[in-house]
Design a protein around this ligand. Structure first.
Ligand code: HPA
Length: 246
């Protein structure tokens, strides 16, 4: 059984070296996940891949059934998740195409189904979220990046906005004042749901653009796509090094 999953995000719907072996179409008590679970090998390791926005990239962040995605991965026996996440860079060292392994989260989303612990409970459950990302998996990703000769940013606060629109510069100023270093739209409730299921979860953030107001230019989809393509190449190198542990 495969124990490690990669959740792909915007611009990250496919992994070039991935060799598909079979697909699993799962339905969970929470509904259908964004895509089939795609099983295969990546750099010699067995993994399962899930396209967060659907394989044709049709699901916006607020319409993703995060519970179904996480429940399906749990059902498939996954115990560790590496989540790829496109972000806007706020902090000065988070320029376009950079990789970062965040260590904290601020959640600005609303109206998303964000917990499995809701109905028919024996008792109310509060997960500990002091370290929202698995510390062990974060370290493994950082070590892999180091071995691959990549300059991966260690840590940072991931601010999760509702989307699908990008932020105003005033919102970015506020997020920065709150302590946010990078901004994305899908990190929550994904990370919290993984914790509720006892799955080790860490994210590799890939900078798609400077966050609104952080550069003089307006943000274009063309720029986002180009930066993600470059960042994706480095993410591939990081994964290669991750799976080819010496
Ligand atoms: N804001 C929110 N999410 C994002 C951005 C952004 O600037 N870029 C990529 N995902």
């Amino acid at each position: 059984m495969t124990h490690i999953a990669i959740i792909g995000g915007t611009g990250l719907t496919w992994l070039p070296e991935f060799e598909e072996t079979h697909r699993e179409e799962l339905v969970t008590p929470w509904g259908k996940p964004s895509s089939d679970l795609i099983h295969g090998t990546l750099y010699g390791a067995e993994i399962v891949f899930l396209a967060r926005h659907g394989e044709k990239h049709t699901l916006p962040p607020h319409r993703i059934n995060y519970r179904a995605n996480l429940a399906a991965l749990k059902q498939a026996g996954v115990s560790r998740i590496i989540a790829a996440a496109a972000i806007g860079g706020i902090r000065a060292d988070m320029g376009p195409a950079k990789l970062a392994i965040p260590n904290q989260i601020i959640d600005y989303t609303h109206g998303r189904a964000g917990t499995f612990f809701e109905d028919n409970l024996d008792h109310v459950t509060h997960i500990d979220f002091t370290h929202p990302y698995s510390q062990g998996l974060r370290k493994q990703l950082l070590d892999a990046g180091f071995r691959a000769g990549l300059r991966v940013v260690d840590g940072g606060v991931y601010a999760c906005t509702q989307g699908p629109r990008l932020e105003t510069p005033a919102e970015i100023v506020r997020i920065e004042r709150d302590g946010g270093d990078m901004v994305g739209m899908t990190g929550m409730p994904e990370a919290a749901l993984a914790r509720e299921l006892g799955i080790d979860y860490a994210a590799c953030a890939i900078v798609a653009n400077w966050a609104a107001g952080k550069s003089k230019e307006e943000i274009t989809m063309a720029e986002i796509e180009e930066n993600l393509l470059r960042g994706m190449a480095d993410f591939g190198k990081l994964l290669e090094s991750f799976f080819k542990v010496p």
